[in-house]
Design a protein around this ligand. Sequence first.
Ligand SMILES: [Zn+2]
Length: 230
Amino acid sequence: MKQNSPKAQLHRLLRSMDFVSRHLALKGDTAETRRFAEIYQQLGLAWEFLALQCRHRDGWRKVRDGKSACKVCGLIRGAKEQWLLLSREGKKAIGRRAMPNSKRKFPNRKAATVVNDTIEFHGAKLNVEVLNLHRSNSRWHRKHDWIIAADRLVRLQEGGIDVRFDTHLVTVELSKHKRDEMPTYSHFVSELPRKLLKNFPVMLQFDQRRRFTGLVIFKPNPDTARRRSK
Ligand SMILES: [Zn+2]
């Protein structure tokens, strides 16, 4: 075992944790007790970080309650890890593409949540929320027993622009709607007069067979957007 391999470090760390946890000083209630308790906390944190590097390849040993622990780092098999280890270079992956995973109807949004996670990535904010079918939390909706469909909601915020994905729509919001303002309008392009269309810097994209392939929105004022994101 190399002196500085994660395995050797873990071995040493676990021995220190054993030593501290069995120390007589922990029995009383003195300044020394508190110091030892704090050291134990710090060792525990160091252990969590070292265990992230463990691939649990040396097998598992049986511990109490029919659970198994990794022979090297002592992590309980199947336990939720508190931290993520990401490589600085190359592609980073966190989690899998989660989808609604039950046909049941859940009593509220929290119980129906499969995933709700957010990351700030070099200044862009990304949230993924996956929900099973559930009863609405809002009091007004509750009165009418409103049911919210199972959905996978993805929201990306960048430079003051907000893009949301759900099962049926991609919604782009360039400016935040304020509560006290009149609600915004929405119409299909074909419903709008030419004169009004001139206000909207949008290009529709389509292929040779005139199938819709996407759209381009020119940012209203790129300079303000850039300044806001700083
Ligand atoms: Zn391990």
